[in-house]
Ligand binder design. Structure first.
Ligand code: BGC
Length: 813
């Protein structure tokens, strides 16, 4: 093991852990290794162990309830955090999340997600940082350090090669050892070595024939053996399938529970001789260590005794958002907006903000600031108009504010046994989290009952999300009485499946109508977790798409500047499935073409977690990529558009069209997904293919200009001097790329070696001093099974993106 020497505090904590372990019998130990419910482990009062509670991550802390009445701060998406290219900002995000976790009684945050942007089609692209393993490792390391400095654990996930969603439960990703080492394992390695995470989550998928929850080589030999990881290895939810396979493969915790392959089944496996008791002890010891670090084991001093100073979550969310926005185009310096000019704000997402991506990364912020809210507050009265233009949401939407409903539980005799609020017209009750007075044994039906108040008159559609038997009644008429089946072969299919339209009803604006959706709860006995989940969705009367575009064009024509917000939707970017294309949904591209034709000063704000195609990019004056900007996104947008702050982001991933994207295969064939591109993903692949992307890795403009004045290096330290030649103060991300002088077919032409940020006022210069990591000169040697330092000549260049080289210097090592 190559981990650092333990400190005396760690030794003292470890002594308490060992004593606690000795006090437990086999049945208790194996019980501790299985979730007692969806999110927690059993408490063991005999050793002073409280129940350890885990929660998603990564942009907030959802807590044990999946509901809008348990709100959490919502930070910008991980792609956004990475776009700030600032590990210190990531650390501060982590400190805030630890504060949220403590507030909600959570000991372990199920984050960060450090899989790579192998293909832009990956459904959870928005939830990962970058296509570059170095940038991913640095940002992830900052995040982990921040969370843990607040006394809360992390689980770096999903170990490893969970880079797409299609058949994620069963897919066998075939990856060379070299690509694993140089790309997919690299962020995990950097984070384990530099930030010492208290946990790792193993993925659903297999790698080279072995499912990750049983992967002895990668877990025991690489993660623990080579890197010295001393934390807990928790399964992704329901990923553990085989008792002995998982235990012997190095999996400590099988989540969720209570039905898992651990617990009594693991005790039996020990008694049958299929698993050594020492293996169970090692796992329990790691779980107790985690508990001790997090302050959940009596007698052990927690890793953090004084929580850090309180953080203002809304202010930090706003700061990260503006620091993450990437200005990829700004012709004629149309941005920042002219003071007192008129603005036509266009786009459904400008009003109904899309602040975060879908799936388990969902949290429920107490408030969201839409672009319309943000600009209304920031611009002088009378200068802003708004038009919908085009709506990316096709089909019924969840969380429609027109619903006022509550959930009513009944037993088999039809008697009411409990009720609960149902914000967003959704029920998501996991495990024992049921309304007071209700148990799974007595729960027969749940009815969402109340009213819907329409904003407009016309034909409204009501839809049902969920699996099982439902009865939908609107205005006294029953429109649906039947059963819905899961649409996907994914353990979380019920969560991520689209709502199904079931009723079309004529309604009058402002007149409430009674709605009732009754679900007969029939949960199979053998489920790993009991989850009652369903929702009512709604879509309003369809508007003529051409008419909406015409209205927006008219508004754009009458304003000095048109700001069009285009967006993806939860049906496009979410966990549980991959994207099929990179197009903006609905008529949004038509809208931008039309608005740009009407107003040369058109600014497009792209609200998507990952790359989308921008077919109109040469027609518009400016393009600002804002990712999923978190709860304060609209306020940050106003800061940046009006020039209170410059946009600080640089692309953490290449933006290009699907037709040009070098790696697009995310669908397994016969259960296997070969990573046949090997080392060539992201900019490495664009370089090799000789293709020019729409916007390259590292690109992003601020509101000032920079001259690169000097670059000096002795081969290990690089000093770069830049000067702010513009008229505003600014911040510059100095990027250093290393290329071997002799091109080799099996080696990427260049790679990000290091980076640093500087700030300078107008006319001022600033210098960054950066150490080149040894790993930048190393390759994984498959023959010796070790890292090999490649001696020879290199070129280092400092630039504003991978294609914008400003200064170069030779390096001989
Ligand atoms: C996701 C994990 C998540 C877990 C718990 C899984 O479906 O892959 O990232 O932490 O659910 O919500």
């Amino acid at each position: 093991m190559t981990g650092p020497e333990p400190t005396s505090a760690e030794e003292a904590r470890e002594a308490v852990v060992v004593a606690a372990l000795r006090a437990l019998d086999l049945d208790t130990k194996t019980r501790l290794l299985a979730g007692q419910d969806m999110w927690s482990l059993p408490a063991l009062p005999v050793i002073g162990l409280s129940s350890l509670v885990m929660s998603d991550g990564p942009v907030g802390v959802r807590g044990v309830r999946w509901s809008a009445d348990a709100p959490s701060v919502a930070l910008p998406s991980p792609t956004a955090l990475a776009a700030a290219w600032d590990p210190e900002l990531a650390r501060r995000a982590g400190v805030l999340l630890a504060q949220e976790a403590r507030r909600k009684g959570v000991h372990v945050l199920l984050a960060p997600t450090v899989n790579l942007h192998r293909s832009p089609l990956g459904g959870r692209h928005f939830e990962c940082y970058s296509e570059d393993p170095y940038l991913t490792g640095v940002i992830g390391g900052g995040y982990v350090s921040g969370v843990q400095s607040g006394g809360v654990g992390t689980t770096v996930k999903h170990f490893v090669a969970n880079d797409a969603e299609t058949d994620r439960f069963t897919v066998d990703n075939r990856v060379s050892e070299r690509a694993l080492r140089e790309l997919y394992l690299a962020p995990f390695e950097a984070i384990v070595r530099n930030a010492r995470p208290w946990g790792v989550m193993t993925a659903y998928n297999s790698v080279n024939g072995t499912t990750m929850t049983e992967h002895h080589h990668l877990v025991e030999e690489v993660l623990r053996g080579e890197w010295g990881f001393d934390g807990v290895n928790v399964s992704d939810w329901t990923a553990a399938r085989d008792t002995a396979g998982a235990a012997n493969g190095g999996l400590d915790l099988a989540m969720p529970g209570p039905r898992t392959v651990y617990g009594p089944a693991l005790a039996r496996a020990v008694r049958d001789g299929r698993v050594a008791e020492a293996t169970v002890d090692a796992a329990v010891r790691r779980v107790l260590r985690l508990a001790a670090r997090a302050g959940a084991l009596a007698g052990a001093e927690p890793a953090v005794t004084e929580p850090p100073a309180p953080v203002d979550g809304a202010a930090l969310a706003r700061e990260i958002a503006r620091r993450s926005f990437v200005l990829v185009r700004n012709e004629r310096r149309v941005l920042p907006l002219r003071p007192r000019g008129t603005v036509a704000l266009i786009g459904a997402a400008a009003r109904d903000a899309r602040v975060l991506g879908g799936g388990s990364a969902t949290v429920f912020p107490a408030r969201t600031v839409s672009p319309l809210d943000g600009l209304t507050a920031a611009l002088p009265d009378g200068t802003l108009t708004y038009a919908v233009g085009a709506d990316p949401v096709t089909g019924p939407a969840l969380d429609d504010p027109g619903f006022t409903v509550r959930a009513v539980c009944r037993n088999a005799a039809g008697e009411i046994t409990g009720t609960r609020s149902a914000p967003g017209a959704a029920v998501q009750w996991m495990g024992t989290d049921l309304p007071e007075g209700v148990t799974h044994d007595t729960l027969d039906t749940v009815e969402l009952t109340g009213t819907y108040t329409p904003r407009e008159s016309g034909r409204h559609t009501f839809a049902v999300k969920g699996t099982g038997a439902f009865t939908l009644t609107v205005g006294g008429t029953t429109y649906y009485d039947g059963a819905q089946r899961p649409s996907q072969d994914d353990p979380s299919g019920t969560f991520f499946a689209a709502p199904v339209p079931r009723a079309e009803v004529e309604l009058t604006a402002g007149e409430p109508v009674e709605v009732s959706l009754t679900h007969a709860v029939r949960l199979p006995e053998d489920l790993p977790m009991k989850v009652v989940t369903f929702a009512l969705a709604h879509s309003g009367p369809p508007r003529d798409a051409d008419e909406l575009i015409a209205e927006a064009v008219e508004a754009a024509r009458n304003a000095d500047t048109a700001v069009v917000v285009v967006a993806t939707t939860e049906r496009v970017e979410s966990e549980g499935f991959d994207r099929r294309d990179l197009r903006l949904p609905g008529r949004q591209d038509d809208l931008v073409h039309a608005v740009a034709a009407a107003n040369p000063d058109t600014v497009v704000v792209v609200n998507s977690g990952s790359p989308v195609e921008l077919p109109w990019r040469d027609e518009v004056a400016a393009i600002l990529l804002t990712w999923f900007p978190g709860q304060e996104g609209g306020a940050a947008l106003a800061d940046v558009l009006t020039g209170v702050h410059e946009p600080g982001g640089r692309l953490p991933t290449t933006w290009g069209t699907l037709a040009d994207a070098p790696v697009t295969q995310v669908v397994p064939v016969n259960g296997e997904l070969p990573y046949s591109e090997d080392l060539f993903i992201g900019y490495r692949a664009w370089d090799r293919a000789g293709r020019t992307p729409t916007y390259p890795f590292g690109h992003g403009l601020g509101y000032t200009d920079w001259a690169y004045e000097s670059l000096e290096t002795d081969g290990t330290t690089v000093r770069v001097r830049v000067r702010n030649t513009g008229e505003r103060p600014g911040r510059e991300v100095i990027q250093l790329y290393l290329s071997p002088a002799e091109p080799a077919p099996d080696r990427p032409a260049r790679g990000l070696a290091a980076f640093a940020s500087v700030e300078a006022g107008p006319g001022e210069s600033a210098e960054a001093t950066v150490e080149l990591p040894r790993r930048a000169f190393e390759v994984w040697d498959d023959t010796t099974k070790a890292w090999a330092f490649v001696k020879g000549s290199y070129e280092i260049f400092a630039g504003r993106s991978i294609t914008d080289r400003r200064l170069t210097a030779p390096i001989n090592v």
